[in-house]
Design a binder for this molecule. Structure first.
Ligand code: GLN
Length: 536
């Protein structure tokens, strides 16, 4: 059987949550026994978001196979509990790069290379690639941007062509739209939705299902009206109300029968009721916490929480496991100094120092780590957070006042964090970091081993610098334990302190692997330590 393709487009405004709707539908179909994957098509010209400042586009998510991707892929994995890959995120940059490389190879000799058919052919190839693996029965493709954007036109055209090429029941378009509520007249308005559907129609695409974001319930009459004006069945007008957590959305879509409507339009069986037992259990734990902890997220992008999306979600998963509400306090590392650190961090039950690049705000991170170490506050450092923990220890415990990372100070006599040797030859910035999953072996006496319950784990990476093993003996003598190491390269992956209730920092990004059904063990342990601290 050939795969079925579902396209999710967005209208009226951005930020309606296409990614969450796509992930929720995928969850429901998966819970009914279908094998599903989700793909994101991003209309920007960067080849990937790896070189984007997080302020631009939020977090850069990293897959097992080392793709630097849009943060929506994080939602896909967290909902589906299955890994995505390079093929799940395609950008205009990738499409053009491929077509232009082919042109240089002579693949189109004699021909003018054009948006239609060459660019649209390449878009279609990338969409069908996932179906052709034979691994999935249903491919959901989310088209980034909003209908009407100039840059997303080739994608909409590719959807039009695919809808025309594939059998009617093999391709389906879900359009996510907004019904604004006018407070003065106390009514929902359908006109923007009508206009955005019209815009899709101008490109030759008739949506099959409309998912309407709304702050108020849609009446039966209004559903009929939307259906009539937009040429869809009235049971294909789906209401998407605001809900307390994104993890409620699959259940809300189940109530609205989005999955059933999709399956019947695609002529797929609706016989198996969705098995959402463990999902619901998670929600019960999440919504009925017995404890509450305050955890400080110390970083330099805290004005835009999307920059730390996976970390924030990992705390929700680990909080539920611990039956604890994690109240994250976003703390700007640039504003932390010796004379205010106690006041800024004094009421926290745990401190997380976030990943990052460059030297802005790093001294504040180091001060926060010193505070956590000296005051026995549970501490968790991630990537740059680990590197800063190593520097803090070198400066304040070993006594090397000039200890630094060569990322920030190339001339220090104590380069305790240094560039990985194979990185030194690289000058290009795109996709050249140490990326993706690597094995890490754990020391059996460590907190990390206790958390994972296994001596060999795999974790995802995104960095250029590393712990400098030249100084390993000095650190170990002074009490910093390297408890996780890459077996092939001997790179230090985890460091921890012995005489501290929970002080652990990792070179990798555990947050990328935390899912609803598989909360990350290191986040679970950290929250557990914070709960204990809050009760001490
Ligand atoms: N800037 C550091 C490095 O490249 C840390 C990167 C990160 O936190 N992701 O090694």
């Amino acid at each position: 059987m050939s795969a079925k393709y579902i396209f999710v487009t967005g209208g009226v405004t951005s930020s309606l949550g296409k990614g969450i709707i796509a992930a929720s539908l995928a969850k429901l179909l998966q819970a009914r026994g279908y094998s599903v994957t989700i793909q994101k098509l991003d209309p920007y010209i960067n080849v990937d978001p790896g070189t984007l400042n997080p302020y631009e586009h939020g977090e850069c998510y990293v897959t097992e196979d080392g793709a630097e991707t849009d943060l929506d892929l994080g939602h896909y994995e967290r909902f589906l509990n299955t890994p995505t890959s390079q093929a799940n995120n395609v950008t205009t940059g990738k499409i053009y790069q491929h077509v232009i490389n082919q042109e240089r190879q002579g693949a189109f000799l004699g021909k003018t290379v054009q948006v239609i058919p060459h660019i649209t052919d390449e878009i279609k190839r990338r969409i069908k690639l996932l179906g052709e693996t034979g691994q999935f029965e249903i491919i959901i493709t989310e088209i980034g941007g909003t209908v009407g954007d100039i840059e997303s036109l080739p994608y909409i055209e590719a959807v039009r062509q695919l809808k025309w090429e594939l059998k009617e029941e093999d391709a389906l378009v879900i359009h996510l739209t907004l019904l604004p509520y006018l407070n003065s007249s106390k009514e929902l308005k359908t006109k923007p939705t009508q206009h955005s559907v019209k815009m899709l129609l101008e490109s030759g695409v008739q949506p099959d299902i409309l998912v309407c974001r709304t702050e108020h319930s849609i009446s039966k009459e209004m559903r009929k009206k939307i259906a009539l004006f937009c040429n869809v069945d009235s049971n294909a007008v789906i209401e998407a109300l605001d809900v307390p957590t994104i993890y409620d959305v699959p259940l809300m879509m189940l109530k609205e029968k989005l999955d059933k409507t999709v399956l019947s339009k695609m002529k797929l069986s609706t016989k198996n009721e969705p098995d959402l037992e463990s999902w619901k259990n998670f929600l019960v734990r999440h919504k009925n916490p017995k404890h509450e902890v305050r955890i400080g997220l110390v970083g330099k992008y805290v004005e835009l929480p999307d920059a730390y999306k996976s970390i924030i979600e990992a705390f929700i998963h680990a909080g539920a496991t611990n039956e604890a509400r994690v109240r994250l306090q976003y703390i700007h590392s640039e504003l932390i100094a010796d004379d205010n650190v106690a006041q800024k961090l004094g009421d926290l039950d745990g401190i997380l120092v976030a990943p990052g690049f460059g030297d802005r705000g790093i001294e504040g991170k180091i001060t926060a780590i010193k505070y956590a170490r000296e005051n026995q506050v549970p501490f968790f450092g991630i990537c740059l957070g680990m590197q800063m923990a190593v520097i803090e220890f070198a400066r304040n415990v070993i006594g090397w006042k000039d200890a630094h990372s060569t990322e920030m100070n190339a001339k220090t006599k104590h380069p305790v964090i240094d560039m990985m040797p194979d990185q030194k030859k690289i000058t290009a910035k795109g996709g050249t970091m140490r990326l993706g999953a690597y094995v890490c072996e754990l020391n059996k006496e460590s907190k990390a081993y206790k958390a994972y319950g296994s001596s060999k784990v795999t974790e995802r990476h995104r960095h250029r610098f590393e712990f400098n093993n030249k100084f390993l003996a000095d650190f170990e003598q002074a009490g910093l334990v390297v408890s996780g190491t890459n077996p092939d390269t001997k790179l230090a992956e985890i460091v921890e302190l012995k005489n501290h209730p929970y002080f652990l920092a990792v070179q990798f990004h555990p947050e990328y692997r935390s899912t609803v059904l598989n909360p990350h063990p290191l986040f679970i342990r950290f929250v557990k330590a914070a709960v204990a601290f809050s009760q001490s």
